[in-house]
Design a protein around this ligand. Structure first.
Ligand code: FMN
Length: 220
């Protein structure tokens, strides 16, 4: 697949077929994604790949905590977006709800939607990315690069994906289910699976601000 086509066609998938992704496909996906750049080739990322019974178990454990509205305490604290970032976040949420036909006062459907994030939107597999705690903020930067590389490479295997802060909101549960020690900082979960092309939610596409809003030019 052409690189520009891949970048343009990637989107956060929120509906998946039930078919699990074979382990050898996930191995190939992660092996090629390890080509991502990192500070001095430190390759600070580590992966925990989840499937089968463990995935079902993790999904239900996280969903139960979300449904109970347990306080979230991700290893990277949730941001308080302000100003134009807050506006973009809010606009995106409204556009998605509108696309899905979820009314602003439909609290029950909104709660179900919220909990489904913690179920990885039904994806059969998830890839957790974590790193040694407190090494450097650059380890987090490195992990962002490998995360996006995974999302793009996934397309070549016919896979959809979505990065989920929801998946790391209860790190004690994740640590316990996946044997990740306290010494590691859990950075992101990526839900992976074969996308359901018919699902309304998968037809949703996000906007981008004009380049002129985020870019200045020098020496031109
Ligand atoms: C670090 C990070 C965390 C995210 N966490 C969530 C999440 O918890 N729930 C969700 O529905 N989407 C999540 N997303 C997906 C974003 O909402 C999505 O990338 C953004 O709206 C742009 O849409 P696109 O990926 O379809 O281009 C996350 C994305 C990133 C990069």
């Amino acid at each position: 697949m052409d690189i520009i086509e891949a970048i343009n066609s990637r989107y956060s998938g929120r509906a998946f077929k039930r078919d699990p992704v074979p382990r050898h496909v996930l191995e190939e996906l992660l092996t090629v994604s390890q080509r991502a750049p990192s500070w001095a080739n430190t390759q600070t990322w580590e992966f925990a790949v989840v499937g089968g019974e463990t995935m079902r178990d993790l999904r239900e454990a996280l969903a139960a905590r979300a449904f109970a509205q347990d306080e979230r305490n991700a290893d990277i604290p949730y941001p308080e977006w302000a100003g134009r970032h807050r506006e973009r976040r809010s606009r995106n949420g409204h556009r998605l709800y509108e696309h899905m036909g979820i009314a602003r006062d439909d609290v029950e459907t909104q709660l179900n939607w919220f909990v489904s994030m913690y179920r990885f939107f039904g994806a059969p597999n998830a890839i957790y990315i974590y790193t040694e705690r407190a090494v450097s903020d650059w380890a987090i930067f490195n992990s962002g690069l490998v995360a996006q590389t995974i999302s793009l490479a996934a397309l070549d295997f016919g896979l959809g994906s979505i990065m989920l802060a929801a998946g790391i909101s209860y790190p004690d549960t994740v640590r316990q289910k996946l044997n990740i020690p306290e010494s590691k900082q859990i950075l992101i979960a990526i839900a992976v699976g074969y996308p359901d092309p018919e699902a309304t939610v998968n037809k949703f596409r996000t906007e981008r601000v004009p380049l002129s809003e985020v870019c200045t030019w020098h020496g031109f």
